[in-house]
Design a protein around this ligand. Structure first.
Ligand code: 26Q
Length: 811
């Protein structure tokens, strides 16, 4: 049987027997049946992979992350199995278009932004490179909220991603774990005079795993993403629970299911909530037990082999508690001495830092810690004593200031546990996510740790999977690339450099820019459907897509748009190529200024888009509900990529890589991975502006005063004052004043005004470059050609060589 007919048969089978659907043409049912048919192939490979990997001596990396932004799986799995075309025909035989079906499923949005999407790209690369790997996380009932706008303001509604079923996942109740919480410690004297601690927990949760297959591209491997759902344990004692601290703290009857109910929608901001702490512990404890159980199934109780076979990577500090849980299990359940447990722990764990922002560095209040996990706190004290006395005091004798600075516990005010310090002390490697970020981690965040542990702090520059972010999302460009590049560029992205010599070729330029235009036509259609705004596909599509944050400076983009509008009103014949500014961004529900920025952009967009005086030279669009599947439509259609964070604030960025790979030119600061992108594409093929990290530091040191820019720069003043009027919000002056207020009275913490003129100049240069069609086409082609470094396969191989020391596992 051909692939085509066997897929067709399997779809019909699932439609009839699994879903009990007759021959009606219900698209949801058809999507599900198709996914189930493809999943049959996936499951076969999954089983074979397990058999290969579950052997002594096969080292596995366990990736612990509170977030996975997977997006949709059908199209991705078809591409990675290289059966997209066959499936397309099979589906057509049954009267459907595969592209329509691929649009059916909900996004798996179990993450906030960059960190969660990075985890998803890494899982793709691990399976593609045949590395044994398991992802661990939480099976949130609700992923990141859905965003809509009401009168320009963000409205959040719950994400119901499993509403129409979830054909890829398998529940495995046989691998459930029981997780104790709260309670107290009983101390007892041992015969030898020492004391022992016994934790008497008062609550037990049950963690039930759901497995999602991770299909490698053109590889033998299907790994597993294992997500834990919390349920009430059978032995769940409501009486005890009702007496427990949780109830006292919250004053309401909380069910066990609450723990995996919802993803916390804040990123880069530590809210310090008890439920978040329990989420972290719940999934870490389930995962540690699962890792140990799997190791013992394969090896028996052989702790010698454990470190040889196991690597655990912590995706930021969110899973830090796994370190203490591992220590607790070794000491309390396997009678390890503290020293032996600590030695093993340090061989196994490694930690990735994703941020330097102080407000994102996790610290948990000591009383909360003690109430929820009393035994873990005891172990933390032991580790801290050992660390301060045997490491800090040896390197810096009699230095109390240094002890206080490095201690795992912050004193003065409310005592808090510093999760990042615990990670750095426990991990054998700590990595930042772009060269400059890793340098700043060493220089500014952890200089003392760098001195104490030379070589521990390192860099692994982020990457993105070229399967989802080029091959699947941009099929036309992919076909063009395959015409010119003989290698499988979706695996070997460096091979795209073969296009470099063709960058001036008129035929290639035309083909490349024609595809860009077709992608823009498709996005224009999407824009009209979701916002009602008509945009001209011949205009420059200038895109900023990322979470809404002051440090990412959507408000710098905004102020420049208002300035352009003003210039056009003053001089309607102003020479500029028509431009469409397109935004996609969710704001954390509690982040007031971020929401005000969204509102301001929407209000200004409304005015500009309906102003006939400017002859369609300027349009502004804010697409609602930015998510992976929307990114897949926006990125192939971008001419310009806005990467404009204050230098030193964006750890890496990964959207910058996706956009450049799809032929967008970056306007950006020397921040995060922008610096490495500029190195790869060359200074002539990127628009760099703004203060550097050193200049930002110097400006702040000399006492930065935004008022001087306001008073001395006529355009800045005019734009900010305009926001106080009712021009954009008729009858309601001051509705848009929050931005002005934050930039002037608020001190402009992210130096928007200091970078404004340089940003405006870069836009001017960009506009001129676009008007030279050949020059622009050449630059766009070179961006696509020279992104090889940012393949997440390269990132994964860096982790393997610098940190994990694992090997591919193939037949
Ligand atoms: C912390 C405590 C309590 C609640 C939430 C959080 C929290 C949640 C998510 C803190 C941070 C995050 C997410 C951070 C993140 O996405 N960072 C981004 O990581 C990317 C991958 O490395 C980088 O490219 C981005 O530069 C970085 O901002």
């Amino acid at each position: 049987m051909t692939k085509r007919s066997s897929i067709k048969k399997a779809i019909e089978h699932h439609l009839k027997f699994t879903l009990a659907h007759s021959k009606d043409k219900n698209p949801e049912a058809f999507w599900k049946a198709t996914s189930l048919a493809i999943n049959d192939i996936v499951v076969d490979k999954l089983t074979a992979t397990r058999e290969r990997q579950d052997k002594p001596g096969v080292k596995t990396v366990n990736y612990l992350s509170l977030e996975y932004l997977m997006g949709r799986l059908l199209s991705n799995n078809l591409h990675n199995l290289s059966i997209y075309q066959e499936a397309e025909k099979a589906v057509k035989d049954l009267g459907f278009e595969l592209t329509d079906l691929c649009e059916q499923g909900a996004d798996l949005a179990l993450g906030n932004g960059g960190l969660g999407r990075l985890a998803a790209c890494f899982l793709d690369s691990l399976a593609t490179l045949d590395y044994p790997a398991t992802g661990y996380g939480i099976h949130y009932q609700h992923g990141l909220f859905k965003q809509s706008f009401a009168d320009g303001r963000q409205v959040e509604t719950p994400d119901l991603w499993r509403e129409f079923g979830s054909p890829w996942e398998v529940c495995r109740p046989e691998s459930a774990q029981l997780i104790p919480l709260y309670g107290h410690i009983e101390h007892a004297a041992n015969a030898d005079g020492s004391t022992s601690s016994k934790w008497q927990p008062s609550v037990t949760l049950k963690g039930v795993p759901w497995d999602i297959p991770i299909v490698g591209y053109n590889s033998e491997t299907v790994n597993v993403l294992r997500l834990w759902e919390s349920r009430a344990d059978q032995a769940f004692d409501w009486d005890l629970f009702n007496k427990g601290d949780f109830l006292n703290a919250h004053g309401k009857n909380i069910q066990a299911e609450t723990v995996s109910k919802v993803l916390y929608p804040n990123d880069e901001h530590d809210a310090g909530k008890e439920l978040r702490f329990i989420q972290q512990y719940f999934f870490c404890a389930c995962s540690i037990k699962d890792i140990i159980a799997r190791h013992q199934t394969i090896n028996g109780v052989d702790w010698q082999a454990f470190a040889k076979d196991t690597a655990i990577q912590l995706n930021d500090t969110h899973p830090t508690i796994a370190i203490l849980e591992f220590m607790r299990v070794l000491m309390d359940e396997y009678q390890f001495s503290y020293t032996d447990a600590w030695t093993l722990c340090r061989e196994v764990f490694a930690y990735t830092n994703h941020t330097l922002l102080p407000e994102a560095l996790e610290k948990w209040s000591l009383p909360l810690f003690e109430r929820v996990l009393p035994r873990h706190l005891e172990i933390l004290y032991i580790i801290n004593e050992d660390f301060l006395n045997n490491e800090v005091a040896v390197k810096w004798p009699n230095d109390n200031a240094m002890r206080a600075k490095l201690s795992l516990i912050e004193e003065g005010g409310e005592r808090k546990v510093r999760m990042a310090h615990l990670c750095v002390v426990a991990a054998h490697k700590v990595n930042g996510v772009a060269e400059i970020h890793s340098k700043l981690v060493k220089q500014d965040l952890f200089p003392e740790f760098d001195a104490l542990y030379p070589g521990k702090l390192t860099n692994v520059t982020n990457g993105i999977t070229p399967r989802r972010w080029l091959k699947a999302c941009n099929p036309k460009l992919s076909a063009l690339l395959s015409k010119h590049i003989k290698e499988d560029w979706a695996k070997d992205l460096d091979s795209l450099a073969g296009l470099e010599k063709l960058a001036d070729d008129a035929k290639l330029q035309k083909a490349f820019m024609d595809i860009k235009l077709e992608n823009k036509v498709a996005l224009a259609q999407e824009i009209q459907e979701s916002t009602g705004v008509r945009v001209n596909p011949e205009a420059i599509f200038d895109i900023q897509i990322k979470r809404l944050h002051e440090y990412k400076r959507q408000h710098l983009n905004f102020i420049h748009i208002v300035a352009l509008y003003r210039r056009l009103l003053e001089n309607p014949s102003l020479e500029m190529h028509p431009r469409v500014f397109i935004f996609g961004a969710k704001a954390a529900p509690g982040y007031h200024l971020a929401k005000e920025i969204i509102y301001a952009i929407n209000k200004v967009a409304d005015k500009i888009n309906n102003d006939t005086r400017i002859q369609d030279k300027l349009k502004v669009v804010f697409l609602p509900n930015y998510r992976v599947s929307l990114a897949e439509k926006m990125i192939p259609a971008a001419d310009v990529s806005e990467q404009i964070s204050t230098a030193g604030k964006e750890a890496s960025g990964t959207g910058n890589m996706k956009l450049a790979l799809n032929g967008a030119l970056t306007i950006g600061t020397l921040d995060g991975a922008n610096i490495e992108i500029a190195e790869e594409v060359g200074d002539d093929n990127i628009f760099i502006f703004g203060n550097t990290v050193e200049q930002v530091k110097a400006l702040k040191a000399q006492g930065y005063n935004p008022y001087t820019y306001y008073e001395q720069h006529a355009e800045i003043k005019a734009v900010l004052d305009w926001l106080d009027t009712d021009y954009f919000t008729p009858g309601k002056p001051y509705e848009l004043s929050a931005i002005k207020h934050s930039l002037l009275d608020g001190g402009d913490p992210y130096l928007v005004l200091a970078d404004y003129q340089s940003y405006s100049d870069a836009h001017q240069a960009l506009d001129e470059a676009y008007r030279d069609k050949k020059r622009w086409a050449r630059m766009a082609i070179l961006n696509t050609a020279l992104m090889g470094k940012f393949n997440s396969d390269r990132s994964i191989n860096d982790y393997v060589n610098r940190i994990w020391q694992i090997k591919p596992c193939v037949k």
